[in-house]
Each structure stands twice: as C-alpha cells, then as structure tokens.
Design a protein around this ligand. Structure first.
Ligand code: ADP
Ligand code: MG
Length: 666
C-alpha cells in the first residue's frame, strides 16, 4: 500500500503522453510522491458573487452569448457580449486572440460558464482572458480557493491540479513513522493530512507557512538525521585497534617548513582520536591557505604506520590532482605507493583496483570515482574527506562503509557555524587552525567599477607578477562579460602569448596543461571561470581580479581570494563590479575590502543572507533539502534529531525524499 507513493502516477490517472511528460518534468519525477510533493506557490480565489467580487478574485458566471464586437482597429480587443440568467451584461475581452478559436468557443446563443479576472464598468462587467470556459453545469465547481502551481510551459494548472486531486483522493492509509510521543509533544499532523492541507490552501497564509509545511519539513529533516544516525552508528558502535604513532615513517619525513602551533594542536587532537580505540570523526577546519593538507598528510602517515590504507576524497579533479602532487612531493623518500583515481581516467582502473585489493596502494586520492561500487580496499583505516560539505550524507556513508576501521577526518575551508554542524554532519569533533603560517604577506583588496577597467589593465601590464582574472561565466549572455571576450581585450593589452584561458568546459588534460604552464611561469595572466576556486597553489601569482564581483557570495569571493597571498610578496585583489549592485552586494564588497578573516566573513555572510546559503547551495551538497533548511529551521533540525534517536530505520521516508540525482552515487 505504501508502494502507491512510489508508483508512476500514470498508473492511476489516464493522461496523454504529452501531459505525462510535462508533469514529470514539472515535478522532477513521475512517481506519485513526486507529484504530491510539488507544492502550490500561490492561490486563486473564484467567486460567483456578481454583486461583491474583488478585483483580486476571479469571477465565475454563466452567460448566454448575444453578440460579437469585432475590433475595427488592429490593436484593439475583441469583445464577446453575453448575459447572465439575471440579465447582467457580461463582456468577455480578448487582447490577443485567434479569431478561429473565438468563433468556435463562443457561438451565438451558446450558454457557457466563464471564469476570469473581472472588473465592473459603467455598462456591465468585463472579464478579460477568462482562464475557464466550460459547460454551464460546471459553474459550481469554479467557486472557492484553488491552488496555483509552479508550471513548465504548455502544462496548465488545471491539468496538474486534476492529477494532484485525483492522487490525493486515492491516497491509501500511510502508517505513521514518527513515534506517538513526538506527534503529541510537537502537535504534528499526519503526513497524509499535511499533503491534503497543502494542496487545498484556504488562504495565502497556508501557502507561506503552516502546520502542514512544518510536518513535511520535519519529515525531510528526519530522513536526513536518520541517515546521519546510521553514519554515526558506523563510527561509534565499532571498537577499533589503537593506532600508535610509531614514527617508523614520520621520522623520515622532511618538511620544508616548521608546523605552526595550531597545526601541532590539531595533530595532537587527531593522535588522541587514534589512540581512543573508537573511530575518529573529526572536522579539521581552517581558512584557505592555513595549511590543512600537511596535517591531513601526517595523519595519513600514522594510519599507514599502523598497516592500513588511506583514502582521500576531493570534490573536483583539479583539487584531487593538487593533493596528489602535494602529497607525492611531501612523501619523497618515504617509499609509499600513492595513486589517484578520477572519473575521467579509467585506463588504469583494473590495475588500480588490483593494487587496492592486495594492499599495495598506501594512499588513494580521487574524486567520486573512489566511492564507486567496484572499488574495494584490503584494509582502509582512514578516510579523509576534503571540503566535506560538498558531499551528501549518502556519499560519505558509501566511503565510510568501505573502511575496515572507519576513522574519518573531514576538512573544510569554510568555517561551518556550530548551529549548522548538527544538521549537516550530525555531531562531530572539531579542530581549528586559526593562524596561518607566518611570513605570509597580507592581501590588500580594492573595489573598482568596471568603468575604470582600462586604467586597471594598463597598471597590470606594468606589474611584475602573475595574475588571475576570474569571470563568472563562459557563454555569451547579455549582461555578463564572458571569459572569451575579456580574454580578447586582455590579449590586446598584454600580448597574445601572455594571456591564457581556463574554464570548466575544457578537457581535464587541457586544464591541467594550462595550470602546469601557469605554475611554471610560462605566461603572465590566466583568465578563468571559478574552476580555479579550490586547490590551486601558485605562490607566484599574487594579483587577482574578480570580474562581476557583485555576483559572487562572500564565501566564494573569500575562497577565490585565498588563491593568492601564498607567496612571500604582498598580494592584491581587485573586486571589479558592474552595475547594478544590490544593497547586500555593496555590503559584501566592502566587507571583503575590510577583512581577510574567513571566520568573520562567514559570520557576516550568515547575517547578510541567512545561513542556508552560506556554503553556496549549488556546491553545498545540501541541495537535497527542498522543504527545510538546516539553519532557518534550526529548531526543526533539533526536533528531527530528537525523533531520529527513537525512530526505527525507515526506508519509506528515505524514498520519499530521495531525489533522482542521488542515484548517480548511491
Ligand atoms: P589549505 O588549508 O587551504 O588546504 P594548504 O594545506 O594548501 O592550505 O597550505 C597552503 C600553503 O601553505 C601550501 O603551499 C603549504 O605548503 C604551506 N604551508 C602549510 N603549512 C605551513 C607552515 N607551517 N609553514 C609554512 N608554510 C606552510
Ligand atoms: Mg586545501
């Protein structure tokens, strides 16, 4: 019976293939539940009270067609005159019309129900572009409040409403998954009741917030918290052998610098976790450039000293490669087997899998490729997850399930406010690198209007350093300066060979080439999209221009800016803005000018746009949440977490909120 929710809706409602496809597209899936979770965004009120209707309402009347007034000028409207049974004159007005349609729809003497936006004029009532034209007997159905749905083109609200109502009518009894004590404690309605309320809104308040929406939000968060609980159980129910720092490998490590106090403190936290006999679940956070990688690397060495393998998951190929390079360099003379696995490179996969299985590989770096089903380890003892907020719970779970001893070290350059931790990650321990390695020169930031771009460019031509020029898009669009156009103008100012381009649509090999040449100092200016956002470490490049800075969020601006200021020369960041700039946009830019403190910026970001956006939705891995938000609904997150502690593992709930794109990994 619960299966009903997960069947294709076409099994229950007969529709044309065309409508079926449109609804599937509109609702993001063709299961019954996909349609039922497509919520109305507004309402329409219809009334048949011809004496007292408001201009916000739609008026529903039955008319007999008495006349057609064909427009005498090209742009004047077509009018159909009719009369109600009580003799009121109603004129139906069309500004855009198809004569054939009108003739067919409103033949003389026809009696029809029409409903639409209405106005009282001196000579009767005008209904403009009625959205309902039906037989007279239908009038009684077009009175009351109607839900208005977000639609895709060619799909009508009428069709979608019909399907939703039909499905709701057929909804079987759904067993409650929330324990009774919580239903009572938090006054929750049932899931089915909530759906019904949402699809039959009585007024605008019902659309904006309601007990029904709260129930759905809690269910969605509950699905998430139950997964997190599973993840947590994996990490706490085990006992694992103690990992000792034997120094067998670490004693041979030759770092090109001294670790900072913060780095040492974080390492000491990690060593304690390893010595606890239970799995580590620690988040290592620190601003971009604070030196997290080396801390993670030394942790890896401890795991390897204890005869286990290590995997490190990164969100992008560029980042994975960068870690690969860094770690290979740091490992010189340590005699370790380090491998990298990327989706774009499957050539060596068979051999790679073999080496993982027989334990030959010590460290495996990679993107999502490393969590695919066929990747098995002989004895994975530590999973490092870089930029962990970019991965959904399911992905993290998949990696952790591959571990023999599930120690997890997560890393994040975006400081995650305490309040978000519970919802995103469940509980975990946090170590923070607060101060950056010394000797870094500060980054000064200026904010400049694009009207001064020529002066800026002529200044840049004379500076003696490499330059990043970041643009937000790669395709021509009306108002954004795209990478190619900017590249052309920069090539004129510099020289053809001194300006190269990098964007996400290039092949990985091309991207890599360009980055390698830039790193080697072969050209002066790199124009790129935000693909350089993470992972690029080029000390020589100490100037960055961010074009259309007003379009970026604070977190992203900060991440981008973190690419410079890595060498020993002072660095400059120019935020180039185009008009118009919103009020919040202006505040962001001046904050960026005032501080380079990532933690402060993230706090301010929180204030400016609400915590939900802090990590950037599209890259956060939280976009699976549709009805709730970890931060705006922090209270609900807590409730959901409380329920999750008592609720039985629940597959239905997971299936309800599972989105199609989760399948790629899961
Ligand atoms: P992030 O925290 O952004 O991952 P990285 O680990 O990439 O930072 O470190 C940024 C740069 O700082 C690297 O070039 C790294 O070699 C260097 N670095 C890390 N630790 C130190 C240190 N203690 N002293 C000097 N340089 C360091
Ligand atoms: Mg890093």
């Amino acid at each position: 019976m619960n299966d009903f929710l997960f069947q294709p809706f076409s099994k229950f409602v007969k529709l044309s293939d065309f409508s079926h496809k449109l609804i599937k597209k509109c609702c993001g899936g063709d299961r019954v539940i996909d349609v039922l979770l497509h919520f109305p965004s507004s309402i329409i009120r219809r009334t048949d009270d011809i004496q007292n209707f408001s201009e916000r309402d739609r008026l529903t009347v039955v008319i007999k067609v008495t006349d057609h007034v064909i427009p005498s000028y090209k742009n004047s409207p077509y009018r159909i005159v009719g009369q109600t049974p009580n003799g009121e004159i109603i004129t139906v007005v069309y500004f855009n019309y198809n004569r054939h349609f009108i003739k067919k729809t409103f033949p003389y003497d026809a009696v029809l129900t029409v409903s639409g936006p209405a106005q009282r004029k001196t000579d009767g009532i005008e209904i403009t572009h009625p959205d309902i034209i039906a037989s007279p007997g239908m009038a009684k159905y077009y009175v009351g409040t109607e839900a208005v749905y977000p639609l895709v083109s060619k799909l009508t609200n009428k069709t979608l409403s019909y399907v939703v109502k039909y499905l709701l009518k057929s909804l079987p009894n759904i067993p409650e998954w929330i324990p009774a004590e919580f239903i009572e404690k938090y006054h929750l309605m049932s899931f089915a009741e909530a759906l019904k309320e949402i699809h039959f809104p009585k007024n605008l308040n019902d659309i904006e917030s309601s007990a029904a929406k709260k129930r759905i939000a809690i269910d969605e968060l509950l699905a998430n918290q139950i997964r997190l609980k599973e993840l947590r159980n994996l990490l706490t129910s085990h006992t694992v052998p103690i990992f000792h720092k034997t120094n067998e490998i670490i004693s041979r490590l030759k770092l090109p610098f001294q670790l900072t106090d913060d780095q040492l403190a974080c390492l000491s936290d990690i060593e304690k976790d390893f010595a606890a006999g239970t799995p580590m679940n620690r988040l290592l956070q620190g601003d971009v450039g604070s030196g997290k990688t080396v801390v993670a690397f030394i942790s890896m060495l401890i795991a390897i000293e204890n005869n286990t393998q290590v995997a490190m998951l990164a969100p992008t190929e560029i980042l994975a490669r960068q870690h690969f390079d860094t770690i290979r360099k740091l490992s010189e003379g340590l005699n370790l087997n380090i491998d990298i696995m990327l989706s774009s490179n499957r050539k060596l996969r068979k051999l790679q899998i073999e080496k993982l299985k027989n334990g030959e590989t010590d460290i495996l770096l990679g993107t999502h490729a490393i969590i695919e089903d066929n990747i098995e380890f002989k004895n994975l003892g530590l999973a490092v997850i870089d930029e962990q907020h970019r991965f959904g719970v399911q992905q993290r779970l998949t990696l952790i399930k591959k571990c023999k001893y599930p120690h997890v070290l997560s890393m994040s350059a975006t400081p995650i406010p305490r309040t978000l931790l519970l919802g995103c990650f469940g509980d975990l321990d946090v170590s923070t690198i607060k101060t950056k390695p010394s000797g870094r020169k500060p980054i000064s930031t200026s904010v400049i209007s694009v009207s001064k771009v020529h002066e800026l460019i002529s200044k840049l031509v004379t500076v003696d350093s490499q330059i990043y020029w970041v643009c937000p898009v790669i395709e021509e669009s009306e108002s954004l300066v795209d990478v190619n156009t900017r590249c052309d103008s920069l090539r004129q100012a510099f020289s053809e060979n001194d300006v190269q381009i990098l964007h996400g649509k290039m092949k990985p090999k091309e991207k890599e080439d360009i980055m390698a040449r830039f790193k080697a100092g072969e050209f002066k200016l790199l124009v790129s999209t935000t693909v350089i956002e993470v992972g690029v470490d080029i000390p020589n490049a100490n100037v960055m221009v961010i074009e259309h800075a007003e379009r970026f969020g604070l977190a992203q601006l900060h991440q981008l800016r973190g690419r410079i200021g890595r060498g020993d020369k002072p660095s400059y960041c120019v935020l180039l803005y185009h008009f118009p700039v919103s009020v919040v946009g202006k505040q962001r830019l001046s904050l960026m000018r005032e501080t380079t403190d990532g933690f402060l910026l993230s706090e301010e970001d929180l204030k400016l746009r609400g915590a939900g956006d802090i990590l950037g939705k599209e890259q956060s891995g939280f976009d699976t949440l549709r009805f709730s938000d970890f931060s705006d609904n922090y209270e609900l997150v807590q409730i959901a977490d409380e329920i999750a502690q008592k609720a039985a593992p629940n597959d239905i709930l997971y299936k309800i909120f599972k989105r199609q794109n989760d399948d790629v990994i899961a």
